[in-house]
Write a protein that binds this ligand. Structure first.
Ligand code: FPP
Ligand code: MG
Length: 338
């Protein structure tokens, strides 16, 4: 994603957010410092803070509270990634070794918890019940969604509707909360007009649809692209039995005989127990890719993501024109690879 023009528009706001984030991560030489250093090597896109700050601008303008809120969503995102890499046994993130790869699962879980609790400490500083409610509900949804997905590992009966519900909880909820928080605090909390309320719900919807498209593409790329392009461990979903949209679509399209064949290709017993198994065999991967292409499951997945992008962009239609709105539209337009 080309974020240059976005960085130009909200550079001072992003810089302040990054400073607060650094203060949280690198305070007082704590033992967690070494992990924080590795985390900062990841150089994330800061997509959630960007969406929060742009939503604030599109809804009336940024205020100091937005920098704290942008830090909170980034901390929660990072906490979830550190935990997610343990669950996925991932070794690579943003072209660097994951924390679990360098220091093991124990440290990773604790560091994820550390980031997560830092997010709540930062929340307390803004002294708003509305913020506490939105953040707590969002964190709950993320855990619920991830737990559900984990509980349905290797389960080829997972339906498209169930998958969409899972990704709404584990991913889209945080994007949605980021946009909602940006828009909410751009207005006067005690005297919101009807049109301001409408803008808040439009931006919340935008974030939700953006997040849906984002996770669908993330799941598409896990299968369809190379580690050198994504900077992340490839095939991490299927290797761990996580069933995602391309596979769900493929199963729907396959005749019973081929369905059994696919079931065998991705079954946990194929490369040892689910615990021991960490990679889908190379020759199995090319078989699966072949089937996905033959049955248009990858193009279906891309089309589904495009549908969510369109819905995200439509949500912005009735918001007053501004540079921030234009950038939100463009950002959504860049989720699906061409
Ligand atoms: C990425 O999935 C994972 C998430 C978006 C959510 C993970 C949530 C948890 C681990 C629950 C704990 C949450 C908190 C807040 C501590 P992915 O594997 O598809 O993404 P990837 O390709 O980037 O690894
Ligand atoms: Mg993962």
């Amino acid at each position: 994603m080309n974020l240059q023009s976005i960085h130009r528009l909200i550079k001072p706001e992003l810089t302040r957010t990054e400073r607060i984030l650094k203060d949280c991560l690198f305070n007082n030489g704590h033992p967690a410092l070494v992990f924080a250093e590795q985390l900062s090597r990841f150089k994330g896109k800061k997509l959630r803070p960007i969406l929060l700050l742009l939503s604030a601008q599109a809804a009336g303008g940024t205020k100091p509270i937005h920098f704290k809120l942008a830090t909170v969503v980034e901390l929660i995102h990072n906490a979830s990634l550190v935990h997610d890499d343990v669950l996925d046994e991932a070794t690579l993130r943003r072209n660097h070794k994951t924390i679990n790869q360098r220091w093991g699962n124990e440290s990773s879980i604790l560091f994820g918890d550390y980031l997560f609790s830092h997010a709540f400490l930062t929340c307390l500083q803004v002294k708003s019940e509305e913020v506490n409610r939105i953040i707590s509900q969002t964190a709950f949804k993320m855990c619920y969604g991830e737990l559900t997905h984990t509980g349905r590992k290797f389960d080829l009966s997972l339906s498209e509707a169930e998958y969409l519900e899972i990704i709404q909880q584990k991913t889209a909820a945080l994007f949605s909360a980021a946009c909602q928080l940006g828009a909410l605090f751009a207005t006067n909390e005690r005297a919101r007009t009807v049109s301001q309320q409408q803008n808040i719900s439009r931006l919340t919807q935008y974030g939700l649809n953006f997040g849906m498209a984002y996770q669908i593409i993330d799941d598409y790329l896990d299968i369809a692209s190379q580690e050198k392009d994504t900077g992340k461990t490839g095939w991490s979903d299927l290797s761990k039995g996580k069933i995602t949209l391309p596979i769900i679509r493929l199963i729907q399209s396959l005749p019973a005989k081929k369905r059994n064949y696919l079931q065998r290709l991705i079954s946990p017993g194929r490369n040892g127990s689910p615990q021991k198994r960490s990679r889908t065999k190379i020759q199995d991967r090319s078989e699966i890719i072949k089937l996905l292409n033959e049955h248009d499951a990858l193009s279906y997945t891309l089309q589904k993501a495009r549908d969510y992008v369109r819905q995200a962009q439509v949500s912005l239609n009735f918001i007053k024109d501004s540079e921030a709105k234009l950038l939100l539209q463009k950002l959504a337009g860049e989720i699906v690879p061409r």
